[in-house]
Each structure stands twice: as C-alpha cells, then as structure tokens.
Ligand binder design. Structure first.
Ligand code: SAH
Length: 251
C-alpha cells in the first residue's frame, strides 16, 4: 500500500481465488490514473490463503449431488473475517452473483459514497449459502447472464464507482448528463468531421442555438429510452407524472 493510498477516500477489498487478475483493466485510463494518485485504493485478499489443509482446498462437491464444485463456507468465512477486521468499518459486504439484484447507477452512486466496500468473487458453482446468510451478504448481479467468476463483475462495479469519486473525472458536467442520470438513456453524440461518408451531423448541433440543442437532445434521449427500454420508460413517465402533480399542488 502506498502512502497516497493510505489516505484514499474510497477503498475496495476484493476477495478472490485469482488476486493476480487485479488491478487488471483498472490499472489503465481513468481508474488507473486515479489509483496512482491515491484517489482510491485496492486491496486483494487471496481466499486460498485461508484454506486449512495442506492442499489448500477451497471447494468441495455439492450436497445433494449435481455437477460442479462449491466454495467451502469455512474458507470463505475466514477470508471475510480477515477483510472485515482489516477494514474495521461497516462498509457493505457484496457477493457478485447472477442471483443478485441488478446493479444500477443508483446503487453505484451509493456505493461510491461509502468509505469501503468488500467484494466477494465466486468461482465454480458459487459459494455455500450458509456463509452468505451468516454474514448477511448483499448479492449484486451485473446482468442476466452467467460469468465464470465474480472477478469481471467486481471490475465493472469498481470501475463504475471510481469514475464518480471526486477528482477522477475532469468535468463534473460530463457525469450529470449521462445515461440513467434522469432515468433516461443518453442522446447520441457526434464529432468532426462534419460530413463523414456522406453522413452529416444533425443540423441543430451546429446551429449554435443552445436551447434548441437541449430540446433536441432531450427528445432523442426520450425516443431512445422508449424504443429500447420499456422498463426505464415506464418509470420515467411515472416520475414525470408525479413531478407534474406535485407542481400543480404547489401552484
Ligand atoms: N451456478 C451459478 C453460477 C456460478 S458462476 C448460478 O447458476 O447462479 C461463478 C461465479 O461467477 C458466481 O459465484 C459469481 O460470483 C460470478 N458471476 C457469474 N455471473 C455473474 C453475474 N451475472 N453477476 C455477478 N457475478 C456473476
């Protein structure tokens, strides 16, 4: 741990059987620069180091039969206790899991506001249920598909949190207009050249009329959300209705 990282505002503890996978992609670009500057810190805990036997066994066959192996509760428990003891705080304990609640930008924001988070990465068929129950672990999923391990999911979660930390993204406004910020997907972007392979950029964007640009972008964001994500659209419409009602009551 570097001196700079010692004072980091945000720290991720990653419990994994593959500590060498970290920082991995998080070493680069935005997250990597911020890591170097000590704006956040990363601690990996090698779960295998907590195996009790000389073969360092971390998994066993599932009770009830079936394919695959299950991570042992005693080994995972020892790793979790170690991490909890080291970080001392009451930061959330998260198990990356396809059965978890879907990770949303809202949850990401809340997690970025914590001082530390502990992330448990599963492998094989997953982790013995009893250790998840005993530690009251929160389960989070990065999508409705199955990864071979929790590590890529942990990288996604950390990346999403780190870019929200103060000082990581240069211009705060670039965060304010993003997808999900107002419950909408983002409008499309264009840059030079103005004409590319016969395709011109939408005229309004080069009009210099900022009110018209704002209105165009809002309309695009609404259209894209309505077309692509009925779930987000329904929530957006309901929230807009509530706002209107509230405003009417105030007036
Ligand atoms: N047998 C499990 C899948 C295990 S995949 C099932 O059917 O639900 C192995 C590990 O990968 C899991 O323990 C979990 O930590 C991780 N993982 C897989 N898919 C994930 C997802 N969508 N989100 C978060 N973690 C995931």
């Amino acid at each position: 741990m570097t001196d700079a990282a010692d004072g980091a505002r945000w720290r991720a503890w990653v419990l994994t059987l593959f500590p060498e996978m970290f920082p991995g992609p998080l070493r680069h670009s935005l997250a990597g620069t911020a890591l170097e500057k000590g704006l956040w810190a990363l601690e990996t805990v090698d779960i295998r180091a907590f195996a009790g036997d000389k073969h360092r066994t971390v998994d066993d066959a599932p009770f009830g039969g079936g394919a695959g192996m299950v991570m042992r509760p005693d080994v995972v428990d020892a790793a979790l206790r170690f991490a909890r003891g080291r970080c001392g705080g009451a930061g959330p304990l998260i198990y990356l899991s396809p059965r978890g609640r879907l990770l949303t930008q809202e949850r990401v924001k809340a997690l970025a506001g914590e001082r530390e988070v502990i992330l448990l990465c599963g492998r094989f068929e997953g982790v013995d249920q009893r250790v998840l129950d005993a530690h009251e672990v929160e389960e989070l999923s990065v999508g409705d598909y199955v990864l071979s391990g929790g590590e890529p999911a942990a990288v996604a979660l950390i990346d999403a949190c780190v870019r929200l930390l103060p000082g990581v993204v240069g211009r705060r406004e670039s965060l304010d207009e993003e997808s999900f910020e107002e419950g909408l997907l983002e409008y499309p972007h264009y840059t030079r050249p103005n004409l590319w392979q016969g395709r011109a950029v939408p005229e309004v964007l080069v009009s210099g009329n900022h009110a018209a640009i704002r209105a165009w972008r809002r309309k695009q964001a609404e259209d894209i959300t309505r077309e692509r994500r009925a779930d987000l659209w329904a929530r957006y419409v309901a929230a807009a209705g509530r706002d209107k009602e509230q405003k009417q009551r105030v007036d």
